[in-house]
Design a protein. Structure first.
Length: 271
């Protein structure tokens, strides 16, 4: 089957790191949520923000076949989805994604199917009708190690040629071969989004300075480039409510606010 994928990148990143003895979860919040309604489009999920897409969630159509499907970024990738023996499983909040899960390697057939319709054979897949706020369980590689994560989706299937999906966020466990619970954002399942929303930076885009609101218990602020390079550190000793970006090149940066237990990251565009 031939297909074309248009990848859109994440709009906001929020990282959560717990104590080393616990799971360390990296959560990426897509804000606002993105809905895909056109065939031959999809979203590239990059769990660890290293510039390498780990899995594509796609809408495809070709010669009487309409599908909502998971596709690896390349044939060399070892990317898996939790499935029920036939198609991708619909996971609920707190379902376990682990080495013991029933996993299917993407790219080897139709086990990554969410929903499909064949003109001659009818409908297939678990994600029929409306599936509101459900999760996909994913196993993927970083280097030579496997990690476990989830993708938060809402899907609609109106007819065999009308389907869409909304991607809301995703997360993974930074500890290799360690399980994760669907919906776990790093500070217990279902973290209070009000904590995230208390952090704001402005103006965005900016030419020189950005300002931010007061945040309790922040120990360090770090400016990070889109390639992961640390460009600027601001310690608690020089804590102010503005950050000077005037000496940095134009482009995308991430502002990381570090507390005792967690890190909160906001995306900024310097013009």
């Amino acid at each position: 089957m031939k297909y074309c994928i248009r990848t859109l990148f994440v709009l906001k990143l929020v990282f959560f790191f717990n104590h080393p003895i616990n799971a360390q979860i990296v959560y990426t919040d897509i804000d606002p949520d993105i809905t895909y309604t056109e065939f031959l489009t999809g979203h590239g999920v990059d769990f660890n923000a290293d510039g390498k897409v780990d899995v594509h969630v796609t809408l495809l159509s070709n010669v009487g076949v309409w599908v909502m499907h998971l596709i690896p970024d390349s044939s060399a990738d070892n990317t898996f989805v939790v499935y029920d023996g036939e198609e991708a499983s619909i996971l609920e909040l707190e379902d376990e994604i682990a080495p013991s899960s029933n996993l299917y390697k993407l790219g080897t057939g139709w086990g990554g199917l969410l929903y499909g319709y064949w003109e001659n054979d009818g409908e297939y897949g678990n994600w029929t009708g409306t599936q509101e706020d459900k999760y996909l369980g994913i196993k993927f590689e970083i280097g030579s190690n496997f990690h476990y994560g989830w993708i938060h989706l809402t899907t609609h299937q109106y007819s065999y040629t009308e389907m869409d999906f909304t991607i809301k966020g995703f997360a993974y466990n930074t500890i290799a071969n360690e399980m994760i619970l669907a919906g776990d954002m790093g500070s217990g399942v279902g973290i209070d989004e009000n904590i995230i929303n208390t952090i704001s930076i402005f103006p965005n885009p900016t030419e020189n300075f950005v300002f931010y609101n007061a945040i309790k218990n922040v120990k360090q602020i770090t400016v990070i480039s889109s390639t992961g390079k640390t460009c600027k550190n601001i310690s608690i000793d020089s804590f102010s409510k503005s950050i000077d970006l005037s000496k940095l090149s134009n482009g995308v940066y991430f502002i990381r606010f570090q507390t005792d237990k967690n890190s909160f990251i906001k995306k900024i565009l310097k013009e």
